[in-house]
Design a protein around this ligand. Sequence first.
Ligand code: GUN
Length: 282
Amino acid sequence: MPQIIDGKAISAQIKDEVKEQVAALSEQGKKVCLAVIQVGNDPASSVYVGNKKKACAYVGIESLAYELAEETTQEELLSLIGELNAKNEVNGILVQLPLPKHIDEDAVIRAIAPKKDVDGFHPQSVGALCIGQPGFVSCTPAGIIQLLKRSGIEIAGKECVVVGRSNIVGKPMALLLLRENGTVTVAHSRTRNLKEVTKRADILVVAVGKPRMITRDYVKEGAVVIDVGIHRNENNKLCGDVDYEDVAPVCSAITPVPGGVGPMTIAMLMYNCANAGEGNGL
Ligand code: GUN
């Protein structure tokens, strides 16, 4: 049976490291503070925001919650971000996505000061990642690199295939694997012969948003399989983009859903916030 990559344990370890880093900052008289903005009350977003606040409390980061009405205008939101950019005591700013349709997400992301962009979504952060300069990195792909490294999986020289090209996961994932000296292919919905491409992978990262799409015929024997998807199946049980039962017997390591990639996103957000508190854009 494959190695089961334990995202719960690895995320707990990272949060404990961040907790120590935040305590050391506090001894130097530096507090770390994250502003979390939610517009409207999408139930999934409310759960994510609640979990982010809980993680802040655990590691000793102060969280300021801004729960704005669905009707909030773009100007009002941009003006709040401007105020938070100017506040020295606020180290990180996070605007929970998705935003209501009348608000331009790109304009909102661009308004966040890059040194406070703990989500790593600002074009400057993405550009810095692309050319190997310091900047915040999107939390889910950064968490996947930690999962691989802390599970003793070498990336350098490996064939890495990322399925999915979103700005939040697929693209930064490809750039991070490249930074780690992987040989990287990005596949997507228009890729021809997808199975042939994914079968080349030593490390296969799947972020397609389709429940259990990746079966064993997409996977090379002995590959490492990372599943970014999270869905509910017909029995209301959580499942990923990978058909775990089918794929697990043929791979060397795999992330389960839940308990794989999921818990890493918030751990890496805490990591980014602590580094914002240090004055580092990592
Ligand atoms: N919505 C879904 N994932 C994320 C995330 O990582 N950050 C923010 N701000 N919103 C999200």
